[in-house]
Design a protein around this ligand. Structure first.
Ligand SMILES: [Zn+2]
Length: 457
């Protein structure tokens, strides 16, 4: 049996042209000959598309050949070849350059209609697929996957995929509004008039590190990536950026909150580890915001100091270790109840005790940790609530839920591939597409850019 696939191209004047697309031969039925093979489907689609494209292009050029004002024929200045990558293969066609008519008002005397029509030389659909998959897995795997299932031939490689992803990311960056210091809008009287807001939004912010590439020397070094998750009534969304590279981190976070319907009269709780850059990030985004130092990070530091204290030497007139541990416990107790004043006082007392001990490696290590902890608590004192009360009321006190986000956003795409080193810009741009993909916003972003894509979905 043979199956012949033909297309009928019908022009506007009713002229019909029949062309053969493919001829499928089938003998005995087997599992592998049932229906179409992927190779056949790829070939058919590629051919089929060529038949669609040909009249599309010639019709468009036909229209462009005439001046829109006076219908005079625009004269031909020359040709070059235009290449456009699509989901169904690379298209190559002659692209004429036309001289503008004398009556046209324009900056240029000549133009290429197809070059104007296809400035990116890639179909939005392919751009979407390449950037989406490259945001989820390595550039190499993205190339493998797309080349295997689509008739792309040799037109896709890791470099073109990376460039595509970066172009998409740069466009989303341009779409993002400018950075402001304050995002609070209106005054308390206005906020009172707002409809009843949704449930409180909880935002957790944490950081991770990505292996950096500095210049050509590829010298060692890591840079910080801030990642977080915002949990609202209906859905949670993640965000991420390279802190040293990003010029508008607050705008970024504000837009996430806005997309979740945040109102100025809505309660927003920010939980973070209290690093300086994270502290300033969350301020002035919402008048009802409360900022909380992540209890997990507080206890982690205390646990480390407790471990260190176990190695203290035993002085003859008492037990240094036991005493230090008891004091660390009481520091923890005061912090748990939000009593920063007493906690800081206890930290100072313990510092004095440790200073009095003989100098050893453990002693100076613990002392250093205590000084750092004092600074940490002091810098974050306005972010320390009564954790005990919150806990009893069933309110969040730790960013445990962000850990998985940091993993999902950063580790899975950056850290595991140890041989890969990133530039700050490259990592930042990848993070923008990655968070859009994870938030299921990439497709709608493309649909905003290319409204014609909607029908195709
Ligand atoms: Zn004219």
């Amino acid at each position: 049996m043979q199956v012949k696939i033909q297309v009928i191209v019908e022009s506007e004047t009713g002229q019909q042209l029949v062309e053969e697309v493919a001829l499928l031969g089938r003998k005995t039925l087997s599992a592998e000959t049932l229906g179409l093979s992927l190779a056949e489907a790829k070939e058919i689609l590629q051919h089929l598309q060529a038949f669609v494209v040909k009249p599309q292009i010639s019709n468009h050029l036909q229209e462009q050949r005439h001046c829109p004002n006076c219908s005079a024929v625009r004269s031909l200045k020359g040709h070059h070849t235009l290449v456009c990558r699509t989901v169904f293969g690379k298209l190559k066609f002659p692209s004429p350059r036309l001289r503008r008519c004398g009556c046209e008002q324009a900056d240029t005397r000549s133009f290429s209609p197809l070059a104007l029509l296809l400035p990116d030389r890639i179909s939005p659909e392919l751009s979407y697929l390449e950037s989406k998959w490259a945001s989820l897995m390595s550039y190499g795997l993205t190339v493998d996957l797309l080349a295997e299932v689509l008739p792309l031939g040799g037109q896709i490689n890791t470099r073109s995929v990376r460039r595509q992803l970066q172009r998409v990311a740069e466009r989303t960056e341009r779409d993002l509004g400018s950075e402001e210091h304050v995002y609070i809008d209106g005054c308390p009287r206005d906020w009172g008039q707002l409809p009843r807001p949704g449930a409180p939004i909880t935002v957790g912010i944490d950081g991770g590190y990505v292996r950096g590439r500095q210049g050509k020397s590829r010298s060692e070094g890591h840079f910080e990536v801030i990642a977080g998750k915002s949990m609202a009534d209906d859905a949670s969304k993640c965000f991420a950026f390279v802190s040293r590279y990003d010029k508008k981190p607050k705008r970024r976070l504000f837009e996430v909150l806005k997309s979740q319907g945040m109102q100025m009269n809505q309660q927003v709780t920010f939980l973070s580890d209290g690093a300086d850059n994270v502290r300033s990030l969350q301020c002035y985004l919402n008048p009802q915001a409360e900022h909380i130092l992540d209890w997990f990070h507080v206890t982690m530091r205390l646990t480390v100091m407790r471990q260190t204290a176990k190695g203290l030497p035993l002085p003859e007139d008492g037990n240094g270790t036991e005493d230090a541990i008891k004091k660390l416990e009481s520091i923890k107790w005061y912090l748990w109840h939000g009593n920063v004043f007493r906690a800081l006082e206890k930290i100072e007392f313990l510092q004095m005790d440790i200073e009095d001990l003989d100098e050893t490696e453990t002693q100076s290590k613990l002392l250093k940790a205590l000084y750092e902890f004092e600074h940490y608590i002091d810098a974050n004192k306005t972010f320390i609530p009564n954790y005990g009360d919150r806990y009893r009321n069933g309110e969040r006190i730790a960013t445990g839920f962000v850990e998985s986000t940091v993993n999902q956003v950063i580790s899975k795409r950056f850290v595991k591939k140890q041989q890969m080193r990133w530039t700050e810009r490259g990592a930042h741009l990848l993070l923008q597409v990655r968070t859009k993909t994870l938030n299921k916003e990439l497709r709608s972003t493309f649909e905003e850019w290319y409204p014609g894509m909607k029908e195709a979905a």
